[in-house]
Ligand binder design. Structure first.
Ligand code: ATP
Length: 336
């Protein structure tokens, strides 16, 4: 049975349509106008126990809105959502005990107190016995390389140290489902790696399910075998990370090691020239003509070595989010 089940979920925000300034305020007071924003439209997906799913989309795609519905912070406008067999918006204690929500741009730790104080409060809230809480804190701190940081006021910590402490606080009650909205936002590369490894370890040890949004593709490639891609509130793709490349990368990169340099005008007959450094050449070739092109290259040029590579996932996702290139037909075909 899925841990998270989302069926035809939608959320429409109703916002005041008010002109700026005093006149606008008075007009709005006399005659109120509203406008609807369809932040999430008819999305459906499941998450299985232990699965780590990357939730990808450009700014304003609807990721945070969906996560807020999954954690019960806001009520859906339509559709159904069940997490651990609970309706999240009922916010039952048994549900809240089993989930956690981490938002990279929000913090739960108290600013002027050491993280350890907040951890003690959390332990009491979740009724974790003191010695058990100590054991958990020690285990997490060791994985995240936290030591004195836990006993310093949070305001004195670096962003990376703070996020590590936030994770300890968010996972102290050993939740089964983790909703992580940009947990590595703004962190340096070392802290990002530490957070990723920690999440991997937690998932492996506790069999927890994770829904993760991140603008850093390194987080996604390190943690997620499956991604759900959302844009303008609707799901464009739900499947393996590799599948994103297969489905949405129309070009492949052909790297050539040539016996002798070849002029650009000759090379351009085979594909788009990415670089031509004497004997080393990189060409971008349409996927559907790849076999023909490689055959021609091997037959017509003096090729010492040839390799074919996929473009970086970052480029593929950026292309996917480029609405001009994502036709509705492509979208329908992409959802599995
Ligand atoms: N409380 C709100 N009231 C009105 N509109 C909102 C509210 N929250 C979000 N929106 C709108 O809903 C749409 C989806 O926003 P949401 O924050 O869910 O996107 P997102 O994918 O999380 O974006 P980002 O990556 O920038 O955080 C946007 O158009 C946003 O302006």
């Amino acid at each position: 049975m899925p841990i998270v089940s989302v069926q035809q979920l939608s959320k429409t925000y109703r916002v005041a349509d008010k002109q700026p300034g005093f006149v606008g305020t008075v007009k709005h007071f006399v005659k109120r106008k509203h406008r609807d924003i369809e932040a999430v439209r008819d999305i459906s997906f499941d998450i299985q126990p232990g699965e780590i799913v990357g939730f990808l989309g450009p700014n304003g795609a609807g990721k945070t809105t969906a996560i807020k519905m999954l954690t019960g912070l806001i009520h859906p406008s339509a559709g159904q959502v069940r997490v651990l067999d609970h309706e999240p918006f009922k916010r039952r204690a048994d549900f809240l005990r089993q989930i956690t929500l981490v938002m990279g741009n929000k913090q739960q730790l108290l600013w002027d107190l050491p993280a350890m104080d907040s951890l003690r409060v959390n332990a009491a809230v979740y009724a974790i016995p003191e010695d058990e809480a100590d054991r958990r804190i020690k285990a997490f701190a060791s994985l995240l390389e936290l030591d004195k940081e836990l006993t310093q006021p949070v305001r004195k910590l670096s962003l990376g140290q703070r996020m590590k402490c936030e994770l300890v606080a968010a996972l102290l009650h050993h939740p089964k489902v983790l909703f992580l909205d940009e947990p590595t936002l703004g962190l340096d590369v070392n802290a990002q790696t530490a957070v990723r490894e920690f999440l991997q370890q937690y998932n492996a040890e506790h069999g927890a399910s994770i829904l993760l949004t991140s603008h850093y593709m390194a987080d996604i490639t390190a943690l997620c075998e499956r991604v759900v891609v959302i844009d303008k509130g609707t799901i464009l793709y739900d499947g393996t990370l590799d599948g994103v490349i297969q489905r949405f990368a129309p070009l492949r990169e052909v790297r050539l090691d040539l016996g002798a340099p070849v002029a650009d005008d000759v090379l351009s007959a085979y594909g788009e020239i990415e670089s031509n450094d004497g004997n080393q050449v990189r060409l971008l070739v349409q996927r559907e003509v790849l076999t023909d092109t490689v055959t021609r290259l091997l037959g017509e040029l003096e090729v010492a070595d040839l390799t074919i590579a996929d473009p970086p996932i970052e480029d593929v996702i950026a292309r996917l989010f480029d609405s001009g290139k994502t036709t509705p037909e492509a979208t329908d075909a992409a959802v599995t």
